[in-house]
Design a protein around this ligand. Structure first.
Ligand SMILES: Nc1ncnc2c1ncn2[C@@H]1O[C@H](COP(=O)(O)OP(=O)(O)O)[C@@H](O)[C@H]1O
Ligand SMILES: [Mg+2]
Length: 314
């Protein structure tokens, strides 16, 4: 049994009459990178802010290492660290001073704070920005300062709300490595994102949430396999046509689309069926020039489940 870092039980959050999160049930295991994936307005931030004790559940509860966010918020606050979706300047607005102050708050001595702040700022490419004013920082740099807080804190549970939004593509890859390293060092990481590429890159398990409801839960490959005939095997072959017998046999494997010298077979678990397909081509003496298995993307999964697109702007 994997131990649970966070248990979300019948969690509902309403703002007035509006239900932002509707009876969410979800376990997040210790030491995994868990993703909450959904378009804007799905209820991701509301859920994260409740885990971090900023909001109280309207009903249901959330437990962090067994401690209720409703009744033991002071215990939960010691276990979690959060990088907010929209970093705001505080009364201290130079990144170096802000992070040093934060390091002291989470318990570093003055000399330890100096060291950890410099290490983390260098790691994230923030050192050159250390004495700028917050308003001079780009959106991406602000997000990195926000992430730096969590890296300094090394909490048991790190909550990252769209950590790489507004960050340039090169930095995104570096940040994903940093996030995985944080996990390797023992932190459970929860990420909210509407970026399926980010979810694929860093998350081990994913909850797809849409309009406040949980729509799917699993590893990336479980989610992809949940689409019937979700994989595509594409075969480029020699010669002009396909023998009728071969075509019939392929149709027993999956839906077939044949066009001149390229053939597409829609199957479940393409990585297993590809062997059968190769074998059939051999039996009918049709030479394969190229064969590829294409997986559906998480966007395909999302669309299949909800009928909506992931990147619809609210
Ligand atoms: N403080 C609030 N007051 C009223 N409505 C809110 C508040 N916070 C969020 N909402 C609404 O709840 C829904 C979910 O928002 P949010 O959790 O921010 O979604 P996400 O992070 O997935 O984009 C949205 O429709 C949003 O407008
Ligand atoms: Mg959000």
């Amino acid at each position: 049994m994997k131990s649970k870092a966070v248990e979300i039980e019948n969690f509902t959050k309403k703002f007035g009459d509006f239900t932002a999160v509707d009876n969410l049930n979800l376990d997040i295991y210790e030491n995994e990178v868990f993703g909450l994936l959904g378009p804007n307005g799905s209820g991701k931030t509301t859920t994260l802010l409740t885990i971090a004790t900023v909001y109280k559940p309207t009903s249901g509860d959330i437990y962090v290492y067994g401690h209720s966010v409703t009744r033991e918020d002071y215990v939960v606050r010691k276990l979690v660290g959060i990088a907010f979706q929209d970093p705001k300047a505080m009364w201290i607005d130079k990144p170096y001073e802000l992070l040093t102050w934060h390091a002291r708050i989470v318990g570093y001595s003055s000399s330890e704070a100096k060291k950890v702040v410099q290490d983390v700022m260098e790691l994230l490419g923030l050192w050159e920005h250390r004495n700028k004013q917050f308003y001079q920082l780009s959106g991406g740099t602000r997000k990195k300062v926000e992430l730096a807080k969590v890296l300094i804190q090394k909490p048991r549970v790190a909550i990252l709300d769209e950590p790489t939004a507004q960050v340039d593509v090169l930095s995104k890859h570096a940040l994903w490595d940093v996030i995985k390293k944080l996990r390797d060092e023992g932190t459970t990481v929860i990420i909210a994102t509407n970026d399926m590429f980010e979810a694929e890159k860093v998350c081990e398990r994913i909850a797809i949430i849409y309009k406040g409801k949980l729509r799917a839960l699993g590893t990336i490959s479980e989610l992809k396999d949940s689409i019937p005939s979700g994989d595509l095997v594409e075969v480029q072959f020699e010669g002009g046509g396909i023998p009728e017998g071969l075509l019939r046999a392929l149709r027993d494997i999956g839906r077939v689309e044949a066009r001149s010298s390229v053939l597409k077979v829609y199957v479940e678990k393409g990585e297993e069926k590809v062997i059968d397909i190769i074998e059939l081509f051999r039996r009918y003496n049709v030479k394969i020039l190229r064969i590829m298995v294409k997986e559906p993307t998480l966007d395909d999964v999302f669309t299949y489940i909800t009928g909506a697109k992931l990147r619809e702007e609210s």
